[in-house]
Design a protein around this ligand. Structure first.
Ligand SMILES: *Cc1c(COP(=O)(O)O)cnc(C)c1O
Length: 382
């Protein structure tokens, strides 16, 4: 029998049928009214939903393109920039900025907790930074940063724009441009929106659009705000061909979010994550991130003694469950389970059950049912 594959990695996340069918629609011209109207609707709706006073950009490309776009339109050679990193994805900004000759100061977590607003404030007092970047949820550690508290601080510094990498958080963890005082927020279609990979969305505040103007010419071409602004205002115009079917899929994803309600969606993620994480702990795993800064979009789990990473993930693969390995220093010691986007409880239960089966294979004294019952007890609590 061919086992159905459950995609439980932190992106791409499972794609529901309503979204899949959008990708199978017959392709039309990017000037076709049936597409242009949907593109416009998606841009305007996402702009409003995340309370952006500037512009949303939707481009073909993955989250990494959005990282580059954020830096390219904010900083120029010789500018000083504060990079706040809670893991591998935070560190990625370093290379992007270095390539542009930007002066990078770094604040990096040294344990399982987020860099604090206070640490950031100390830095901001010492130097004038043209930008600060923070990763909302770093997918390598599962640490969530207090982006609202950080935003309150950064907003007191006139010169400093606030960039938030929301690739593993937007549409799952509470955050919006206004409340968190963000200048640039971005994500990719394949994470909490539950679309295939291939699109990035970047919200730019008015302050960010103004900064871009003040930079004059920039070396980048494809990810220059100025190239795309006319298209985001009027998608009948052409700069580079949009991913028509992915944008239709994104529109459907936005409609699904609207019908669920953003607040309800955030609550669902929190509730599921807490129950998943209790279940994992009851099964002998350690959730890497400390309680106070634990993300709700994924779980980063440290193996108990005696479990080989490769063998374990192979066992899960045989059960049809795909999870992700640890990255960087965590490779071999950690595995990661995504639980964001349009994933339902039955799928989460199936995932826990398969993990139990794998644990039982390693140790036949493992108490089968423990994880599932812990999850259900948490979920069913009034
Ligand atoms: C996945 C991810 C990225 C990179 O996105 P790609 O779509 O793989 O380019 C960047 N930042 C965070 C926090 C991520 O989770």
């Amino acid at each position: 029998m061919n086992t159905k594959k459950l995609l439980m990695i932190p992106g791409p996340t499972p794609v529901v049928d309503e979204i899949s069918v959008e990708m199978a629609r017959p392709v039309v011209s990017f000037k076709d009214k049936t597409f242009v109207d949907d593109f416009k609707w998606t841009i305007d709706t996402l702009n409003q939903m995340w309370h952006c006073d500037g512009k949303l950009f939707i481009l073909s490309g993955s989250g990494t393109l959005a990282m580059e776009m954020a830096i390219a339109n904010t900083l120029k050679k010789g500018d000083r920039y504060l990079l706040v990193s809670n893991g591998y994805f935070g560190d990625r900004f370093d290379e992007i900025a270095q390539k542009k000759g930007i002066i990078v100061d770094r604040l990096r977590t040294e344990n399982n907790q987020s860099v604090t607003p206070n640490q950031i404030e100390q830095k901001l007092k010492q130097n004038i930074y043209r930008a600060v970047s923070v990763t909302h949820v770093d997918t390598s550690t599962g640490i969530i940063a207090p982006i609202e508290a950080i935003g309150q601080i950064v907003s007191r510094y006139q010169e400093t724009l606030y960039i938030v990498d929301g690739v593993c958080s937007v549409a799952a963890e509470p955050c919006d441009m206004k409340t968190c005082k963000i200048d640039i927020l971005f994500t990719g279609s394949q994470k909490a929106f539950g679309v295939c990979s291939g699109l990035m969305m970047l919200w730019a505040s008015q302050r960010s659009l103004d900064r871009r103007i003040s930079l004059g010419e920039i070396p980048e071409y494809y990810c220059d705000y100025q190239k795309w602004l006319p298209i985001m205002d009027d998608p009948t115009k052409y700069f580079a061909t949009p991913s028509i079917n992915l944008i239709w899929a994104l529109k459907k994803a936005v409609q699904i979010i609207q019908s669920e309600g953003l607040i309800k969606r955030y609550e669902r993620h929190i509730k599921n994550a807490k129950a998943m994480q209790c279940a994992f702990e009851s099964m002998g795993f350690k959730v890497y991130a400390e309680h106070s800064c634990r993300a709700h979009t994924l779980s980063n789990l440290i193996y108990p003694e005696g479990i080989d990473d490769m063998d374990f993930r192979k066992k899960l693969e045989d059960e049809g469950i795909q999870v992700a390995s640890g990255v960087g220093d965590f490779f071999g010691k950690m595995f990661r389970v995504g639980h964001m986007g349009n994933v339902d409880q039955a799928t989460l239960i199936a995932t826990i059950a398969a993990i139990e089966k794998a644990l039982h294979w390693f140790d036949d004294k493992f108490d089968l049912g423990k994880g599932v019952s812990t999850y259900l007890n948490e979920i069913c609590q009034k």
